[in-house]
Ligand binder design. Sequence first.
Ligand code: PDD
Length: 285
Amino acid sequence: MGPIGLVNGEIIDLGDKIVEMEDRGYQFGDGVYEVTRVYNGRCFCLRQHMDRLYRSLRELSIPATYTFEELAEFHDRLIEKSGLTTAAVYLQITRGVAPRAHGFPDKVTPRLTMSIRPNRSTPELTEAGAKGVFVPDLRWLRCDIKSINLLGNMLAKQQAKAAGAFEGVQVRDGAVTEGSSSNFFIVRDGILWTHPVNNLILRGITRTVLIDELAPRLGLTVVEKTFDVPFAKKADEAFVCGTNSEIVPLVTMDADKIGEGRPGPVTLKLTEALLQKIEAECGGR
Ligand code: PDD
């Protein structure tokens, strides 16, 4: 079977042409999304992802037309039909199809599309660490909404890719915000630092798990304050975290080594704790 997807509750072949020209997601990027990891055939932190989805919908006044139970069932159905046990589910809701006009249409039904793809953890990156680069943050002022408008994020990632780096860590008005598709942390003298939650970053689910559960369990203090590039470059350790990347140590930033230029103890402890949580929640990883 080829890759599959789901549209408004129906399983489809991912190659099926289903996007209508006047879907507002297609024409305006008028929609929101979530990516949820599947380990051992089970979704990790699905409730948290769907809660954030509902928040993104609310912030854009897109009606929520599916209950949590329905969305959970769609995830389960995609997992079962695909036969994939280690995967990522992509879910997108657009405002729907209406004649093109910038203002919201009066009557429109949101459209849900989903897909599932194989995915895996990357122990080789945990072990060796990766390269990061600082790039300008070109995005809009509502980065807290998980909108499908990802031009700024794409440009940041592309700049990183062109530099042979794993992630582009964005900088706005001198402050380090977040990765192109991840949150950014540094460790200085055993203390974790990361950008505070506001309109300039996405409140990552992985970030929240780290701050609310893993760091306290490991006795680590987290400071949620802005900091600049020189401060970050003087860190002992740096890493990014997210649904796709889990935790990836960044051992160089631009041309500079971070700490000793290899994954540090705090990053590795957090990674182990995250994998344990995944194992506990999903019964495997
Ligand atoms: N990206 N910040 C940004 C800009 C992101 O795009 C993401 C995730 C994160 C981390 O959030 P979480 O821990 O909830 O995945 C932070 C997803 C995975 C993506 O675009 O594919």
